[in-house]
Write a protein that binds this ligand. Structure first.
Ligand SMILES: *[C@@H]1O[C@H](CO)[C@@H](O)[C@H](O)[C@H]1NC(C)=O
Ligand SMILES: *[C@@H]1O[C@H](CO)[C@@H](O)[C@H](O)[C@H]1NC(C)=O
Length: 163
């Protein structure tokens, strides 16, 4: 048994503040006071964006302190169903991985990978918004709430944005 803080969408390199997609189930990390306290403005274009303080590539800068109510516990081998919404398609790649938030490093291999995701040239297939992953045994790394996150990473290179 180990706990993983389920993060939300992830990176916003040059995102508009309104998101183009996010995970709705399980409950994901959200912004909050701790994020604000670290001056984690989501958009680099904002005048008060502070690149040194804002780790956009890690759960979009969303903080564990704002999300202690969103900690999920998964067991090795558990199949976790995820639901995402994609409100603004941008062709990219997607993967869901367990990340060590203390290192901002992926643990092991991605649990699922879509070489083409949220294409704006075709209807979005059902498996892009409802899919499942099987949890690896990360009990040695992820026993403490907040250390690990299940990260949904959608990289739309053609528009230079990640979510
Ligand atoms: C998978 O997502 C991670 C972030 O969680 C990212 O660093 C990595 O580049 C992605 N890998 C692929 C193959 O897209
Ligand atoms: C998603 O479904 C499409 C067919 O609609 C299939 O080609 C693709 O491999 C599926 N992707 C994953 C990651 O299951």
């Amino acid at each position: 048994m180990h706990s993983i803080l389920f993060p939300a969408l992830l990176i916003g390199v040059v995102p508009s503040v309104s998101t183009h997609g996010h995970i709705v189930d399980p409950s994901a990390r959200m912004p909050g006071n701790a994020m604000e306290a670290q001056e984690m403005q989501i958009a680099q274009g904002q005048s008060d964006f502070n690149a040194a303080k804002c780790e956009l590539t890690l759960c979009k800068g969303y903080q564990f302190a704002d999300n202690t109510a969103n900690v999920q516990s998964f067991t090795a081998g558990q199949v976790v169903n995820l639901k995402a919404v994609v409100t603004a398609p941008h062709t990219g790649t997607m993967n869901v991985s367990v990340v060590d938030t203390t290192q901002n490093a992926v643990i092991g291999d991605p649990l699922i990978y879509f070489p083409v995701y949220a294409s704006d040239a075709a209807p979005i297939p059902p498996n892009s918004t409802a899919f499942s992953v099987t949890m690896p045994d990360v009990s040695s790394q992820c026993g403490t709430a907040g250390v690990c996150a299940l990260q949904w990473h959608w990289n739309a290179a053609d528009v230079n944005q990640t979510y």
